[in-house]
Design a protein around this ligand. Structure first.
Ligand SMILES: Cc1cc2nc3c(=O)[nH]c(=O)nc-3n(C[C@H](O)[C@H](O)[C@H](O)COP(=O)(O)OP(=O)(O)OC[C@H]3O[C@@H](n4cnc5c(N)ncnc54)[C@H](O)[C@@H]3O)c2cc1C
Length: 480
């Protein structure tokens, strides 16, 4: 590190305290990569930021010295988005973990970026049990705000769309250390109730991966936790049944959530480390379905309607079983408990001995789901990976999630090369069906670059230059 860098580090210690600036080899290594195939890069320091004044001063200091900044909470985005490709400082925001407000009347929470899904669940259960938030399948220690900022998805996304849609407003530290409030917060109204009717500046920070500013507070919508609810599984033995249910069920408006997982996930759940072949007697897809209602009568009616729907599929000759409620299943097979309650920790993805986990996760049109999925299965199998798929309808069926997951050996150059080639082919094929990668890794941005609308590229570059003139905000992301 040069003299300027050393001076900056001294100033940094004055701001956050010497114990919050980590430069030891083990820490730098830990923050240099993630579980994916994306290339590692060492930061110059990891900085534990605990408050807004600290965050503003650190950003200002970095701006003065042109030091790259990478905001990070748990680093589980699976797109290499917190790898410090240009060195600099990784800002560990896990300590900014205040739930500033849980507003039951207006159904909104104001949170700092370090607030985790586990923390949110506990706080809601303790103080506002009539409200809930959507949970992704990501580990409980991941950030609620980060998933909103990445426009991720959770178990209320069938009804309410991606979590980016739930953001009512933001408080953001800009690249010069100054502060900005978006949404209704821009007018300082007491409740951050939404983004309309002001020009929407919130979206300047959604899916931008920290390249336009660092969010210090986020107002996120909460939803009613209905008293009558049940999670059940539906097992399907052929794809046709699964695909049809995926497209049709959202339109019946019965379900609170619907997520489909393909057979390799079930095998991994049952302890098979590398499932390669499906026994034809085993289900090809299983869906977890959440039913909920405000009254018992309505709940029973929805349950009945669901059974009737499945019966219709059966009458049409599709191989599908009637719903089985999760508590009964868990009594028979405790390992299914991992899917009974959210947030959950899918240990078979995180703790397997090969160390690597990656995906091509996309959003796309429901009408093209079947073709996109079939095409993706052909590709992933050709590369020797089992077709590990997460599928779900979003926002009442307005679009779909299609995610192909690969578990791989991170220390094997052959595996890494195969994953890269497979993901590149998946991305191109899925795009051909209208499916676009979310939490876009830089390798995907490079594929999209020649295809993007020139006007879009121009404005994106202009905005980026305006909001980050020194190009220090999470550089290496959305480079066009
Ligand atoms: C097994 C597994 C399952 C998963 N399932 C799902 C799923 O079902 N749905 C889903 O949506 N995701 C899923 N994920 C992805 C991921 O876990 C979630 O997106 C999670 O919420 C990200 O939180 P994080 O704390 O890891 O964010 P990080 O990875 O730390 O950060 C994510 C991005 O946000 C930026 N960022 C962080 N803080 C700020 C800030 N304050 N201001 C500006 N930018 C910031 C970072 O620079 C980075 O670009 C899964 C991941 C795993 C490993």
């Amino acid at each position: 590190m040069n003299e300027i860098g050393m001076n900056a580090l001294d100033r940094l210690c004055d701001i956050v305290g010497g114990d919050a600036v980590l430069v030891d080899d083990a820490t730098l290594l830990r923050f240099s990569g993630d579980m994916t195939e994306n290339r590692e890069a060492l930061p110059d320091a990891v900085v534990r930021v605990r408050s807004l004044p600290q965050l503003q001063s650190v950003v200002l200091l970095a701006a003065q010295h042109r030091i790259p900044l990478v905001p990070r909470v748990a680093g589980t985005n699976l797109g290499g988005l917190t790898i410090p490709t240009h060195g600099g400082w990784v800002l560990d925001l896990t300590g900014m973990d205040r739930i500033v407000e849980l507003n039951v009347e207006d159904m909104v929470a104001i949170i700092e970026p370090g607030v985790t899904f586990a923390q949110m669940r506990e706080a809601l259960a303790k103080t506002q049990p009539r409200l809930c938030i959507g949970y992704p399948l990501s580990p409980p220690e991941t950030s609620v705000a980060a998933n909103c900022l990445l426009e991720g998805l959770g178990n209320l996304s069938l009804r309410h769309g991606s979590m980016g849609d739930w953001v009512n407003g933001l408080e953001v530290v800009r690249a010069d250390g100054s502060l900005l409030r978006t949404g209704s917060g821009a007018l300082g109204v007491p409740v951050p109730f939404g983004r309309a009717p002001l020009p929407d500046l919130t979206s300047l920070f959604l899916s931008w991966q920290g390249t336009t500013g660092i969010v210090s507070k986020l107002a996120v919508q909460l939803w009613p936790e209905l008293p009558f609810r049940e999670r059940c599984f539906v097992l399907t033995y052929d794809r046709a049944a699964a695909f049809r249910a995926l497209c049709e069920l959202p339109r019946l408006d019965l379900l609170q959530d619907m997520g489909g997982l393909s057979w390799p996930t079930a095998k991994m759940l049952f302890g098979v480390e590398r499932p390669l072949e499906r026994d034809p007697a085993e289900p090809e897809f299983f869906f977890y379905l959440d039913l909920s209602a405000a009254t018992e009568e309505l709940f029973r009616a929805k349950r009945l309607a669901l059974r009737e729907y499945v019966h219709r599929l059966q009458k049409d000759g599709l191989r599908v079983e009637q719903p089985i409620d999760v508590p009964s299943l868990v009594r028979i097979e405790p390992r299914l408990g991992e899917l009974a309650e959210f947030p959950t920790r899918l240990g078979f993805f995180l703790d397997h001995p090969y160390g690597g986990l990656t995906w091509v996760g996309t959003y796309g049109p429901m009408s093209r789901f079947v073709a996109a999925c079939e095409h993706g299965i052909e590709i992933i199998e050709r590369y020797g990976f089992p077709p590990t798929i997460v599928a779900r309808p979003m926002k009442g069926g307005h679009f779909a999630v299609l995610r192909f997951i690969e578990v791989f050996q991170r220390d094997s150059p052959e595996h890494v090369a195969r994953v890269r080639a497979c993901n590149a082919e998946l991305l191109e094929a899925l795009l051909g069906h209208g499916y676009i990668v979310y939490k876009t890794p830089q390798w995907a941005v490079e594929h999209y670059r020649p295809k993007l609308d020139p006007g879009y590229v121009r404005l994106l570059k202009e905005l980026r230059a305006l909001l980050d003139p020194d190009h220090v905000m999470n550089p290496g992301r959305w480079e066009l």
